[in-house]
Design a protein around this ligand. Sequence first.
Ligand code: C5P
Length: 224
Amino acid sequence: GRDRDLAGRHLVVSAGGTREAIDPVRFIGNRSSGLQGLALARTALARGAEVTLLAANVALPDPPGAKVVRVESALELREAVLAAAETADAVVMAAAVADFRPAATSDSKIKKTAGEPDPIRLVQNPDILAELGERRRTGRLPGATVLVGFAAETDDVLANGAAKLARKGCDLLVVNQVGAGKAFGTPDNAATILSTGAPPLEIPLGPKEGLADTVWDLVSTRLS
Ligand code: C5P
C-alpha cells in the first residue's frame, strides 16, 4: 500500500506563483494559489517522505513537518530549486513560474505622469524545469532523480503535452485542463498525466490530494 512507501525519500515540491517586481509596490504575478503544491507536500509527508516545499507567495499555512523555503521571484525560485535538487529523489515543479520579468526593477515607486506611461520592458526568465532536465542529462544531477512538471493547456493536450515533456526533459508532465472552474484556486483538479514510456493517464475531476497521491504513486514506481 501507500503507507510510508516514500520513507527515506527527499522530495522537493515547488508551489504557488512567482512575482516579478516592477517597483517596491508592484509586480507581475499570476493566479496560482499553491493548493496543488500543498496537496503534494501533505500527501508526501503522510507517506513518510522528507519534504522541502519551495513556496512562492503562498498565502496558506505551512504543512506541518515540511522544510519550507519562501521565495518571491523566478530567479529566487531557481536558486532554491537547484540547491534542494542536489539531494532530491524527485523534484515536482507545481509552481507557476513567470515566463518573463521586467528588465529592470525601479528602486522607487513609479510616479503617475502626464501623457503616455513608459513601457515596461520584459526579459525572459530561465526555464527551471528544463534546466533540471539538462543538468540530469549532463550528469550534474543524479540520473535517478525523478523530474515532474505541471502544465496548463486548453487544447491539443496530448500533442502539446508530449512536446513539452520532451522539451523539458522530465519524466512526468501533469497537464491540467484549464477553464470552466478548474485548477486555479479551487480544491479540485482534472488532469492528464503524460509519462515517458507509458500511455497517458486520465485523472477525472476530483480533490487535488487524489491527483497528488497518483503523482507520488508514479514517482514511487520509478524510484523502486
Ligand atoms: O512551459 P510551461 O510554463 O507550460 O511549463 C510549465 C512547467 O514548467 C511547470 O512545471 C513549471 O513549474 C515549469 N517552469 C519552470 N520555469 C519556467 C516556466 C515553467 O520550471 N520559467
